[in-house]
Design a protein around this ligand. Structure first.
Ligand code: AMP
Length: 342
């Protein structure tokens, strides 16, 4: 049966479907009615399934329709932030990549385990607010896009931040927060693609995020900063391209390879497709990984026409979305689709 590449209409769907079209696939978007006016502008989208809510993808009639169309679903951040891991695993439509590793992205403990097994250097975890002795970042569980994060240097700072979130109905309980050493340096996001068909790992791009309001703080003179009442948060509003010093690339590839190897060991079949290592280069240019995403990240939207790194590997303008479609095409040609789907 002819395959069609589908995804939820949000996050990086334009890039994914444009890439699929460029590789010769039919494309399908599942999106909320309120977003239709945006997506109907793009002629590379062949089918649109309108739903009231992204959660409707859990409905059996929607899944039946997707399977009738021969849909391969590309998971991204919206799927991960809208559904629980159990719900994602229950979807009875073929996923590109390993849908079971998304649980390891969503659960902080599993996440930490995979990063440690990947021999990545990670920030110290702080198990109790009474152990906060130095600058820490306090996070919410799950893919919150940095919203609601706050910094604390001691227990009082933690309590203050927690009560703000409590009053704003963001959390109900301290256990919903996760405390991590704040790593001083510059945040960097490394976009990888692993191909089980070629056995190669590819660095496809690098970005940094543009986060409100932490990136806006430097625009306020210091004498006014102290009077800004609100705690700055880390809400991602966009992404900025970045190239690394070339001498850092060896370490980057090593981290990617270690991550692929550990994923295959801990969460078979591993990590076919895109993933992102997210961390901070400290003053010694050592990369401390604070997170990973086990699927395409929105930072790849920068490189719809390819990046400084994908240009070194491919003749065509190769976005991450197109790279996914190319992998599906190669897998189809070699009758190895089972290697890239779960
Ligand atoms: P995340 O949602 O975990 O990707 O983090 C959102 C933002 O918080 C990142 O882009 C960083 O700016 C910042 N951040 C997260 N964890 C740390 C950390 N351990 N040390 C310093 N900054 C961090």
């Amino acid at each position: 049966m002819q395959k069609i590449i589908g995804t939820l209409g949000s996050h990086c769907s334009l890039q994914v479907l444009k890439g699929a079209k460029d590789e010769g696939f039919k494309t399908l978007l599942i999106t909320e009615k309120k977003r239709y006016r945006v997506y109907q502008r793009f002629n590379f989208i062949d089918h649109i399934i309108l739903v009231d809510n992204f959660r409707d993808i859990l409905k059996s009639d929607i899944q039946k329709r997707l399977n009738q169309l021969g849909c391969i679903l590309i998971p991204h951040g919206t799927l991960v932030s809208t559904l629980t891991s159990d719900e994602i695993e229950s979807i009875n439509v073929p996923f590109f990549g390993n849908k079971f590793i998304l649980r390891w992205e969503a659960d902080r403990n599993l996440k930490q385990k995979l990063m440690v097994e990947s021999k990545l250097q990670v920030p110290r975890e702080i198990n109790s607010k009474s152990d906060i002795k130095d600058l820490c970042i306090v996070k919410l569980h799950g893919a919150a896009g940095g919203k609601g994060y706050f910094l604390a240097s001691d227990q009082n700072g933690f309590d203050e931040g927690f009560h703000k979130l409590l009053n704003d109905d963001v959390v109900t309980n301290e256990n919903e927060l996760y405390i991590q050493e704040y790593v001083k340096g510059v945040p960097v996001f490394l976009h990888f693609f692993y191909s089980p068909i070629s056995g190669e790992i590819e660095l496809m791009g690098v970005d940094r995020r543009y986060e409100s309001d932490i990136d806006g703080i430097s625009r306020i003179p210091s004498k006014h900063q102290l009077n800004v009442a609100t705690e700055p948060t880390y809400n991602v509003v966009g992404n900025i391209p970045l190239v690394l010093r070339e001498s850092l690339l060896e370490g980057v590839y090593q981290m990617g390879e270690n991550f692929v190897e550990a994923s295959e060991r801990l969460v078979p079949p591993g990590i076919p497709g895109p993933f992102c290592l997210e961390g901070v280069y400290n003053r010694d240019a050592k990369f401390i990984t604070f997170e990973f995403s086990a699927r395409i990240v929105a930072g790849t939207n920068l490189y719809v026409s390819g990046s400084q790194y994908s240009d070194l590997l491919f003749k065509n303008n190769m976005s991450m979305g197109r790279r996914i479609a190319l992998e599906i095409r190669n897998a189809l040609n070699k009758r190895k689709l089972d290697k890239v789907l779960t």
